[in-house]
Design a protein around this ligand. Sequence first.
Ligand code: BDR
Ligand code: CA
Length: 316
Amino acid sequence: MKPVILDVDTGLDDACALLLAARHPELDLKAVTCVGGNVGLDDVVVNTLTVLEAAGRTDVPVARGAALPLLQPVRAAPHVHGVDGLGNLDWPRSSRTPGPGHAVELLRDVLRDAAATGELVTLIPLAPMTNIALLLRTYPDAAAGLREIVFMGGAAGIGNATASAEFNIWTDPEAAAIVLAAAAELGVPVTMYGLDVFYDVVITLDQARSLGDSPSAELARRLIEKRSELYQSDGASIGDGGAVCAVIDPAGLTTQPFPLRVELSGTWSRGRTIVDTRDWSSDLTNDPHGPSPAVVQVATAVDGKRYADLWLSAVK
Ligand code: BDR
Ligand code: CA
């Protein structure tokens, strides 16, 4: 089994990812850490516990993390995720409470254990990377427990929060820049599962309605119905769930290594991920114009059907 940790701001699409990570037999979900983003931190925590409960995984440790980005206010997205972040589905909310420690401490502890045992963990951030930046700045030794980071965020093409920037990076650009720099320095491989592939793993309403009647299947159906309603189509992408698919089945994802920078200023471009696809960009590891950028595996294409089937088979 592959040990993984999810860092989330649940959210309808992180709910799709959580269901998969909690139920797939090849993943060992070590912990889930929460951060403010799509909704405020209190709702993120309840939503995360609620989804894990539907998945039958009340054993998974959950911790509260940063409520706010490093430098700016959080700007939630109730127009996408509903006021409660779970699409106002009227799904029974978990009464479980998260663990007493901070997310950064839970991440540190799990990763130090992993470093000690040699069973390295894949970290899957699906949200603003505030918790991860705080972790790598506070306890850089914890990086020794990381096999890799596969994050949902950014875009080589257009953004969604703005024309330039994808929501997770736009919410906390400094955190993303810190994580990329720290990962490069500490030798942790990074994959960016960005908007270029985000919408390409689609579940049809018919597929969602054939899932069955377990609590997990029922929630999965409701999530897809809600997202279909939002996008006014007869199906919906599993969004961040695709990043979890990429960890389970990397062969379904096409990636290319590119230098990657995060725009930290700019009137209209703050939070943009600048993917340097120029032919000679590999030379930028010795960039004369400034600090060398991190080189990241950027997802350029995904086998949508393969990942949709993977998701359907796990969440039912
Ligand atoms: C992102 O949008 C948010 O709704 C999702 O949680 C995902 O992380 C894509 O920008
Ligand atoms: Ca998210």
